[in-house]
Write a new protein. Structure first.
Length: 345
C-alpha cells in the first residue's frame, strides 16, 4: 500500500486536513489494505476462470475502452487502477466476504465507512466521478448499551489506590479526573500541568480532531491532583530527565500511555473486587449516565463529553430509561407497567 499514491494521499488528508490521530489513520490504512487484498484475490480468481466472457467484462475492465477481459485487465492493471475500477457490486461482495469470515456487524460497518470515506475523498479530488459505496447500505447494527458503574462501585474503584506513594496518588488522581470530567483516556494522556485551572475549577481538554474544550472539574478530583503534584514535584527535583510539562508522568518522568492506564486500572479493579472487563472508558460512560440521572440535560452532557453529534450522546438516555425501568419493576413486580413495550416508546 505504500506504493499506492491515492491511498497515501488519502491517509495524508486524514492526518493533515482532518486532523485524525496517527492511530486512527493507521486503522483506516489497515482497512484499505484488507480491501486491496480482497480485490486482488478477486482479480486473480477472475483471471483463472476460463468461463469469463469477452462480451461481458467484469469490474476490472479498463476504464477507457471497457472491452478487455478480466484476464487481460488483471495482468496489466496496477493496484491503484484496480481500486479506481471498483463498483458497488464489488463492495457488496466484500461485505459478504467479511460476513463469511464472521466479522461483527459493527466491524463490517466500520470497514464500509472506511471505504465510503476513501471514495468520497477521490470524488472530492476529482479522481473519480462518483462514489461506488454510496449505493451500498450499512448493515443494521445491534444496539448495545455502553457499560457503566453504579455510584457505589465507582467509589470502591477510586478508593483502591493507596495515596501515600507517588504512583498511588497519581493513579487515584487519574481515575478521579476521568470520572469527574468524562474525558477520554487519550485526552487525559495529553494533559499538561498548565491545563488545570485550580482557581476556576476547570480543565483544558484537547479532544478528537484537535478540537479543544473547557470542562469543569470537581473539587475532589482537584484535591487528588494537588496531592499527586506534591509527590510529582519532589520526584522531579531529583530527576533531570523528568518532563516538566507533563501532568501525569510514568516512573521515568515521561508522558503516561493509554495502555499503562489500562494496566493500572486492571490492578485496581481486582483490588476492589469489580468486573475485570471494565475499562477506563467505562468511567466516561458512568460520568454521562450519572449526570443524566441527576437531572443534567442532554445538550450539556454532549458538550462535556465533546461529542460532535447529539445522537452519539443519546445512547445514555437509553441507559437511564433502562435503569428507571428496573427500579420500578423491582418495586412493583405485578404492575402493568412491567410490559417492556411501554419503555421502548
Amino acid at each position: 500500500m505504500k506504493d499506492c499514491n491515492i491511498v497515501q494521499d488519502f491517509l495524508g488528508y486524514l492526518k493533515h486536513e482532518k486532523h485524525f490521530s496517527q492511530h486512527t489513520a493507521k486503522c483506516y490504512g489497515a482497512d484499505l489494505a484488507q480491501f486491496a487484498e480482497f480485490i486482488t484475490g478477486q482479480a486473480h480468481d477472475s483471471a483463472g476462470d476460463e468461463s469469463v466472457s469477452r462480451e461481458a467484462p467484469g469490474p476490472w475492465a479498463a476504464q477507457s475502452g471497457g472491452t478487455a477481459t478480466a484476464l487481460q485487465t488483471q495482468t496489466e492493471t496496477k493496484l491503484e487502477q484496480m481500486l479506481l475500477a471498483v463498483d458497488a457490486n464489488m463492495v457488496r461482495r466484500y461485505m459478504a466476504h467479511l460476513n463469511q469470515k464472521q466479522y461483527s456487524k459493527s466491524t463490517v460497518a466500520r470497514k464500509l465507512a472506511t471505504l465510503r470515506s476513501f471514495y468520497k475523498f477521490l470524488v472530492k479530488r476529482r479522481t473519480l466521478d462518483s462514489n461506488p459505496v454510496t449505493a451500498v447500505k450499512t448493515p443494521k447494527q445491534e444496539k448495545k448499551l455502553p457499560k457503566f458503574l453504579e455510584y457505589e462501585d465507582v467509589q470502591r474503584l477510586l478508593n483502591a489506590p493507596p495515596t501515600d506513594t507517588w504512583l498511588g496518588a497519581r493513579d487515584r488522581a487519574i481515575m478521579e479526573v476521568l470520572y469527574s470530567t468524562g474525558m477520554r483516556v487519550s485526552e487525559r494522556v495529553a494533559l499538561n500541568m498548565d491545563d488545570v485551572d485550580f482557581l476556576s475549577e476547570v480543565i483544558h481538554v484537547r479532544g478528537k480532531g484537535k478540537k479543544e474544550r473547557i470542562a469543569p472539574i470537581g473539587s475532589t478530583a482537584l484535591q487528588a491532583i494537588q496531592r499527586y503534584i506534591e509527590f510529582r514535584n519532589k520526584r522531579m527535583e531529583n530527576d533531570s530527565d523528568f518532563d516538566p510539562r507533563v501532568l501525569f508522568a510514568n516512573k521515568h518522568g515521561q508522558r503516561l500511555s493509554t495502555r499503562s492506564v489500562r494496566r493500572k486500572m486492571d490492578k485496581y479493579l481486582k483490588m476492589a473486587g469489580l468486573d475485570p472487563s471494565i475499562s477506563p472508558h467505562t468511567l466516561r460512560h458512568s460520568f454521562a449516565t450519572h449526570m443524566l440521572n441527576n437531572g443534567a440535560d442532554l445538550r450539556s452532557v454532549q458538550e462535556l463529553l465533546g461529542h460532535q453529534s447529539l445522537s452519539t450522546t443519546q445512547v445514555y438516555t437509553h441507559l437511564t430509561t433502562s435503569r428507571i425501568k428496573d427500579v420500578y419493576e423491582s418495586a412493583h413486580p405485578r404492575s402493568s407497567f412491567g410490559n417492556t413495550d411501554h419503555w421502548q416508546n
